[in-house]
Write a protein that binds this ligand. Sequence first.
Ligand code: IPM
Ligand code: MG
Length: 367
Amino acid sequence: MTKKNLLLLPGDGIGPEIMEEVKKLISFLNKNKNLDLQIDEELVGGASYEKNKTPLTDDVLYKAQDSDAVLLGAVGGPKYDKLDFSKRPERALLRLRKELRLFANLRPAICFSELASASSLKKEVISDLDIMIVRELTGGIYFGEPRGIEPIQNGERKGINTHVYTTKEIIRVAKVAFDLAKKRNKKVTSAEKSNVMEAGLLWKEEVQKFYDESKDYKDIELSHMLADNCAMQLVRNPKQFDVIVTDNLFGDMLSDEAAMLTGSLGMLPSASLSEKDKNGRIRSMYEPCHGSAPDIAGQGIANPLAMILSFAMALKYSLNFDEISNEIEVAVKAVLKDGLRTPDIMENGKKKVSTSDMGSAIIDKLK
Ligand code: IPM
Ligand code: MG
C-alpha cells in the first residue's frame, strides 16, 4: 500500500458540494480497497480571495507543487466580476497551470449511450462518441507577452495580447496527442489557423515534422484542419475524430463545443499534466470541465459525476491505480443504467437524485 498525497481545492459555487462526494469516495476506498490516499484541503479562487485577498496564496501553490495530484472543483462567480484582473478567481487556475507547468490538458468528450438523448444533436450522430481533445495549456495567447491595456490618442485605449508558440511547446503537446492516439483509435487531427497566423503555420509545420521524423507513430494517421473548420466538423460529424491537438485558445473553445455535443457538461472530467522533472515526477491537476454554476450552488442538486470522473482520471494518470479508476468508470455507467439522474441530465421516466445520493450510489456500486 503506497501512500499518496492529494490536495483538494474545492473552490467556489458547486465546487465544495461535488468535492464532498469525492471525499466520501476516498474514505470508502481507503477503508475498503486498501488505498492510502492522504488528503489536504485548501481554499482557491473566490473562496481564497474572501479570506486572503488573493485567489491563490503562495502557501497553497507550494502544497500543490508537493502533492501527487491536485483535484480542483471550480472557481469563479458573478460577485467577483468587478475585481481587478489579478484578483479574479480565474487567475488562481491560470497561475496553477503556469507554475506547475501543466502544458497538456486532456479533455475527453464521451457520450454515455444512456444520455444520448440529452444532446441537441441527433442520437446517431453522437451516441458512443469518444473524442479526446489535447489542449496546450501554458502558452499561446493566454500567456504571451506583451499584453495589457494602454492609452493611445484621443482618450482611446488599446488592448494587446500576443499569440506565440515555440517549436518545443508545439512538439511536446503533439507527442502527448500521438501517445494517446496509440492507445485509442490511432488518429490525430491538429487544429490551427495556418491560413491566417504565422504561429498557426509554425504549429502545423512542427507537428508534421515531428510526426515525419518519429519512428514511433507510423501506425498513427495525422491530419491537419483549420480550427474554424474543426468547429464545424465537430457538429457535422464528430465521430470522424479520435484525438484533436490544438493550442490554448482554440482548445478552450473546441473543448466546450465538444463537451456540449455529449449533452451533459456535468459528466466530463479533465486532466492537466506537466513533463517529467529530473526526479521523474509529473505534476498534475484534475478538474471537471464545467464551471462553478453559482446559480445552483448550495442546493444539493449539482451533478458530482464530472468531479468523480476527474478523480478517476487522477487514479489512472497520476496515482497508478488503473484498476480502481476503471471500476469507478464502470460504476458511473451502472448508476446511469439504473436510471439515476441529477436534474441537469434528468429525463422522463428516470429517477431524480441529489448530489449526495448520486455520490453514494457510486460507492454502492463499488461495494
Ligand atoms: C477552461 C476555462 C478557463 C480557461 C477560464 C476559467 C480561465 O474556460 O478551463 O476552459 O479559459 O482556460
Ligand atoms: Mg473554457
